[in-house]
Write a protein that binds this ligand. Structure first.
Ligand SMILES: *Cc1c(COP(=O)(O)O)cnc(C)c1O
Length: 390
């Protein structure tokens, strides 16, 4: 099945729900078992059947089945947030005394988790240059258990050589875990590129409507039980309403993403012609440093990209942002609406230089009419110039 067909059909079992196209929300903690034998069996089958609310409902299993099929993995595991997916996946593979390698471009809360929780538990993190490629072999140690990738970085948009990094991780006896939120299950196929565990903030494009928090981890057959056990031992279970919303969002992912992609590229191309802009960070643009790898490994680009302005004072950037009426200012992305945030203060690097020539912004291209979005940005630039000349 081609991806659009799979999106419409994966994980659907209407015969289990009186013919309903979508499985309903099951509001459940307790699941009753008619006999002692049944009750005893439920412990063994807790990852496969409805046995207790925390282990998931038929709606959860439907979402997991659909995402695993789309990403090309063995099975998926829904979690309470994207960050819970990261924490649960990392903790499946490390214990005190172990070492992990994390890309310097990682989502900031991932860094914070490594630098606080994992550090406190005696797990050492080394950050590596996202562009290191096969050179990561020189950072592998006998105690390195995990190499964490995120490509492109969600603030700086460097594209990583995923197959080369995953191969080096395997050669050193480590697992390759990737944050695939930007690529989505549609535009990046992690298991064809050597990744063992792929995770995403389903909060973003899978939910797609800015109204629920959810994470999802997909693994190979080899690693499924380990990751599932870690996540369910932490109790990182996904809410019943949230998995319903994610499954509903997933069914339109392909059409939404095509529009996000088109508008994102259009805005990026428009922005790069502006005198106020030093650089646009969007791997689908031909002269972006990440373009060759993106072109080789991805099937598309989502609507998230970065902009670096020419040097200008904070007041001018603030005036630009404050004058926008269609671009909302707020965290997260992947919903139907356009967003923008300043990122200069949010980017932390310790292993590789990051020295943009001016203030940086992150834009999420939503589903509005592109002309209206451009008119909004024009208003912003007029306000920016007003501060510079005033
Ligand atoms: C948002 C985000 C996360 C975390 O997801 P939450 O659902 O907000 O916890 C992880 N990785 C990336 C790249 C993200 O953008």
């Amino acid at each position: 099945m081609k991806p659009d067909t799979l999106i419409a059909h994966a994980g659907r079992h209407p015969e289990d729900h009186h013919g309903a196209v979508n499985p309903p929300v099951y509001r459940v903690s307790t699941v009753l078992h008619p006999t002692v034998a049944d009750l005893e069996e439920s412990g063994r089958l807790r990852f496969d059947k409805m046995t207790y609310g925390r282990y998931g409902t038929p709606t959860t299993f439907a979402l997991e089945e659909a995402v695993a099929a789309l990403e090309g993995g063995h099975r998926a595991i829904a979690t309470s947030s994207g960050l819970a997916a990261i924490a649960g996946a990392l903790c499946a593979f490390v214990k005190a005394g172990d070492h992990i390698l994390v890309t310097d471009s990682a989502y900031f809360p991932t860094r914070r988790f490594c630098d606080t929780v994992l550090k406190g538990f005696g797990v050492e993190t080394t950050y590596y240059d996202p562009l290191i490629g096969s050179g990561i072999a020189s950072l592998m140690r006998p105690d390195t258990r995990v190499v964490l990738l995120e490509s492109p970085g969600s603030l700086t948009f460097e594209v990583q050589d995923v197959p080369a990094i995953a191969a080096a991780a395997h050669a050193g006896g480590a697992v390759a875990i990737m944050d695939n939120t930007w690529g989505t299950p549609l535009f990046f196929k992690p298991f064809e590129k050597g990744i063992d565990v792929s995770l995403q903030a389903a909060t973003k494009y899978i939910v797609g409507h800015s109204d629920a928090m959810l994470g999802i981890v997909t693994t190979t057959k080899e690693h499924f039980l380990r990751v599932k056990t870690s996540i369910s031992t932490f109790g990182y279970s996904a809410g019943s309403e949230e998995v319903y919303l994610a499954l509903r969002g997933l069914r339109t992912l392909a059409v939404r993403l095509r529009q996000h992609q088109e508008t994102g590229i259009l805005l990026a191309n428009w922005l790069r012609t502006r005198a106020e802009v030093a650089r646009v960070m969007h791997p689908a643009l031909h002269d972006d440093p990440g373009h060759p790898l993106w072109f080789r490994d991805f099937d598309g680009a989502c609507g998230l990209f970065g902009v670096c302005l020419k040097p200008c004072p904070k007041e001018a950037v603030d005036a630009f942002l404050n004058s926008l009426t269609l671009f909302g200012m707020g965290y997260s992305w992947g919903g139907f609406e356009s967003l923008i945030v300043p990122t200069s203060d949010a980017i932390e690097r310790t292993a590789s230089p990051w020295a943009p020539p001016g203030p940086t912004l992150r834009i999420h291209a939503g589903l509005e009419t592109p002309d209206d979005l451009i008119a909004d940005l024009e208003r912003g630039f007029a306000a920016l110039r007003g501060v510079l000349s005033g």
